[in-house]
Ligand binder design. Structure first.
Ligand SMILES: Cc1cc2nc3c(=O)[nH]c(=O)nc-3n(C[C@H](O)[C@H](O)[C@H](O)COP(=O)(O)OP(=O)(O)OC[C@H]3O[C@@H](n4cnc5c(N)ncnc54)[C@H](O)[C@@H]3O)c2cc1C
Length: 398
């Protein structure tokens, strides 16, 4: 069977382009099929936690709009305090720029790209994969589904199970230059108001990105929360440039991430964390693992792609599952945790270390010392409490 590339990648988000970049650097040819014309707007806060610098092989400096050192916390829009770290915690970017830059790196490394080329289906056999698009058909030895939350590839090969759905709204908002200057290093975070979710403001070069996220079944209450948040945060909105929602897929258990010659990465594999909704880091990490495993397969070191599932389950899923536990615990006692962050230097420093990649969610249970055996039962109980709070909020919110 003649091939268009060794590997076809569906989707030019961070998972797809980083996989293409690493494959090309290993001498493996890639073809990226992307449904949109590039650059394209992506509904996303585009906040990169500092830890991404350890896995991304490029200088992101030119893409960074603002560098975040401070968080301004509120709970129920009240009890406001600001915490600052002298080290950078996050970098705010815009996804149209970030994704176009990553795509350019993949192309410079030799990747072929077809944009406005939506993948509609696929079939596979011992010889390779046949990928169908709105315009034609393409063949390769392997396919990476990096086509986001509504992944056609994941659905086509039955890898879209075990996912819990969140939903997030993002508005790009113009405000006054004074506000932008005042808060250029500060993220706003209101938590403990909307069960299972939170609201944020990320400062960008010339506007703010304001968003809210939470469980998808609470989506109809999000506009009300958004409005209340805007009114309470003290940032005057001069113009709303866009306001759109998008699903957040959260994988809830260790399960298959490959099927035959096909594997899924990033949002297509449900790799956003339940606590923060962060997904770019996990997209880059899973895209990198996808490239490494396919390289090993093509070199004949492994006989199938099972290594990919096993690496996702051992290198990413423990973090995803712990994020879900911490999310439940937080939602069971939000005010207490809000006050811990306010009053305890140790807790605030730990918050920063997680964002910087010096600690992980897996370290949180360890911090409970001799009480660690109670961690899982407490989280299970917290999860029940969280569900009850969600129901109550849905009944009572306007
Ligand atoms: C409102 C909101 C705010 C967020 N904020 C943050 C944040 O601040 N920080 C963070 O880390 N994460 C954030 N996330 C999560 C983050 O956006 C995702 O986890 C991340 O984009 C996943 O990257 P990806 O490459 O897997 O998929 P995507 O970035 O979604 O890329 C998928 C690509 O595939 C293309 N595609 C889709 N279907 C097809 C098809 N059939 N054929 C071909 N191409 C296709 C799409 O056009 C897209 O270009 C946020 C999410 C939302 C909804």
């Amino acid at each position: 069977m003649s091939r268009d590339a060794d590997v076809i990648i569906s989707g030019a988000g961070p998972a797809g382009t980083i996989a293409a970049y690493h494959l090309q650097k290993s001498g493996i040819s890639t073809l990226i099929l992307e449904k949109s014309a590039f650059p394209r707007y992506k509904v996303c806060g585009a906040g990169l936690t500092h830890k991404i610098l350890s896995i991304i092989p490029f200088d992101l400096g030119p893409l960074v709009h603002t560098t975040i050192h401070s968080f301004r916390f509120s709970s129920g829009f009240n009890d406001v305090f600001t915490r600052t770290n002298k080290l950078p915690l996050m970098y705010c970017t815009m996804r149209e720029e970030f994704d176009a830059f990553l795509l350019e790196q993949a192309v410079n490394a030799g990747a072929k790209v077809l944009t406005s080329e939506k993948v509609t289906g696929l079939s596979q056999d011992d010889g390779g994969v046949l990928v169908k698009t709105v315009k034609g058909e393409y063949r390769s030895s392997f396919l990476i589904g990096a086509d986001g939350a509504s992944s056609r590839v994941a659905r086509s090969v039955g890898l879209n199970n075990d996912i819990e759905w969140g939903m997030a709204w993002e508005a790009e908002v113009r405000s006054s230059p004074e506000m932008l200057e005042k808060y250029k290093e500060t993220v706003f975070l209101d938590w403990g108001t909307f069960p299972g979710g939170y609201a944020w403001i990320f400062p960008k070069k010339d506007h703010f990105s304001i968003g809210i996220g939470g469980p998808a079944h609470m989506a109809r209450r999000m506009p009300g929360y958004y409005e209340d948040f805007i009114n309470a945060c003290g940032i005057p909105v001069v113009e709303t440039l866009s306001n759109r929602s998008h699903p957040l897929p959260v994988r809830t258990r260790k399960a298959l991430c490959h099927s035959g010659r096909v594997l899924v990465a990033g949002d297509a594999a449900g790799l956003t964390d339940a606590l923060t909704g962060e997904g770019i880091f996990w997209a880059v990490k899973s895209g990198t693992i996808a490239a490494e495993v396919i390289k090993e397969r093509l070199e004949g070191k492994i006989s199938d792609l099972a290594m990919y599932t096993s690496r996702i389950n051992s290198e990413i899923m423990p973090e995803m599952l712990e994020a879900k536990n911490i999310c439940a615990l937080f939602n069971a006692m939000p005010l207490r945790i809000h006050h811990w962050v306010r009053d305890s230097e140790r807790v605030w420093m730990a918050f920063g270390k997680v964002l910087r990649g010096e600690r992980s969610f897996n370290d949180v249970p360890r911090a409970f010392g001799k009480w660690k055996p109670l961690w899982k039962p407490v989280c299970a109980l917290s999860s029940v409490i969280q569900k009850q709070k969600e129901k109550k909020y849905m009944r009572n919110a306007r």
